[in-house]
Ligand binder design. Sequence first.
Ligand code: 5AD
Ligand code: SF4
Length: 464
Amino acid sequence: MSIEAYEVKTSDEAEKVRKYVKMCSRKGGKAYVHSFGCQLNVSDGEKMKGILDSLGFTFTDKYDEADLILLNTCAVRESAEDTVYGTLGNMKKYKQQNPGVILILCGCMAQEEKTIEKVKSHYSFVDILFGTSALSQLPRLLLEHYSGKKLAYDIAEYSEEFGADDQIRGSSFKASVPIMFGCNNFCTYCIVPYVRGRERSRSADVIIKEVEELAAKGYKEIMLLGQNVNSYGNDLEDSMNFAQLLRRLNQIEGDFWIRFMSSHPKDAGKDLLDAILECEKVGKHLHLPVQCGSNSVLKRMNRHYTAETYQEIVDYLRARYEGFSLSSDIMVGFPNETNEEFEDTLKLVERVKYDNIYTFIYSKRSGTKAAEMEDITPDSEKRKRMERLLKLQREVATENYKRFVGKTERVLVEGESKQGEGWLFGKTNAFTIVEFKGNKSLIGTFVNVKITDSRNWAVSGELV
Ligand code: 5AD
Ligand code: SF4
C-alpha cells in the first residue's frame, strides 16, 4: 500500500472546521491532548496536535481549561484501560457543566469493538471516537460533530503520511520518527497486532528526508519507532532492511544520536548487531524484550527464540563492546507459568545483567490466544514472583552501574533533576541516566560528565 502525503491545511473540510472552532469555542479554542502508553502513541499525539494546530486550536495542559479534550489511549494491559476509564469518569462533571466541550477518544482502545460498545452504553458523553490508523480523519469527524452527529466514529485504516512539519513535538532537541506501523508477530498475550494492524513500513526516502530535516534543525536525539523495527522494509519491494537504514541514517551530517525501539530477538541478526556496533551515531544500547527466560513459556508465547539464542546475541555484543548496555521487557505470570519456569527467568536476568528492565504482570487481553489458556496460578503468587524479580534486578543493576565510575561520559542534558536545586539529568548514548550539578541553560546540549558515584538505576558525577 502506498502512503500518500497528508494535506490538512488546504482542504475545504479544514476551512469549515476552522470557522466552527472560532464560532463554538467558549474557552478561546484550547485543546488538551493526552497520550497514554508507548512512544508510538506519544508520536501519534504529536501528529494530532499538528492537525489541531492547523485547525486553529492552541494547547493547554489542564483539561478543565479546554474546549477540546483528546485522550489517545493504550490497550496493552487492563490497568492501562482502567486508567483511561478512570480519567473519563473524572472528566464527566466538567463535560456536563460545559456541554460544548468536545471529548475525543482515540488510539489502541478505540480500535477495539468492546470499547465502542462500552462508550455507547456507559460513556455516552464521548463525542468522537477513531482508531489507530484514522488520525487523518480528525477534521472530517470534527465536522460531523459540529454538524450534530451524536457519536462520530471511524476505525477504518487510512494510510496518510505526516511530514516533519505537520506535528507539534514535545521537545526541541529529542524527536521520534516512526519508521513502521503495526505488527505481524502475534505473540499470544499481545493485543497490538489486533489494534494496530499488519506491518506497514514508511519509505526509506521519506524517513531519510525527515531525519535530515530534524538534524538540520539541531535535534540531538532521533528515536526511530516501530513495534518491531527489525522487520522494517519486509513489506516493501526493493527496500532497505533495518540494518541498512541505520547505516544510511548514520551518514547524515550533524551532531546527533540515533536510538530505536523496539526490537524482536528473533530478528536481531548479525547484520543489525554489526550496524549498531559500527555506526558512531547509534547508541551502544539495545532494548531487546526477552519477556521470560523459560523456553517452554517462550514457546507458549509464540516468540520464536530460546533463552540460548537470546544469550548468543548478548554474548556477541559484549564480546565486541565491553559493557554494552541492554534493557528488556519481562513478563511474570504468563498462563500456567510454573515456579521452575519462573526460576529460568531469574537465571536469565542474572546472566544477561540488564541495566534496566520494564516488568509486567501478565494481563489477560480478550481476543488473544493466551486469553483462552488455562491459568491456575494465583495472583498472590504472581506478585511474589514479581517482588523476587525486582529484588534481583536491583542487585544486578547496583553491580552493573559501578562500571561507569571513574569514566568521563558524553551526556545529552534533558532537564532538571529531582535530586534538588541546581541538579540536572541527562543520558549517555548507552541510555544511562546521569545526574550532575549545572546551569539550566545546558538543557538540550551535549556535555561531558566525570562519573563519581553509582546507584541501581543511574549514575552521578561532575561537569568536566
Ligand atoms: N500483559 C502484560 N504485559 C504485556 N505486554 C504486552 N502485552 C502484555 C500483556 N497482555 C508487555 C510486553 C511488551 C510490552 C510493551 O508490554 O512485555 O514487550
Ligand atoms: Fe506485541 Fe509481540 Fe508484536 Fe511486540 S512483537 S507488539 S509483543 S505481538
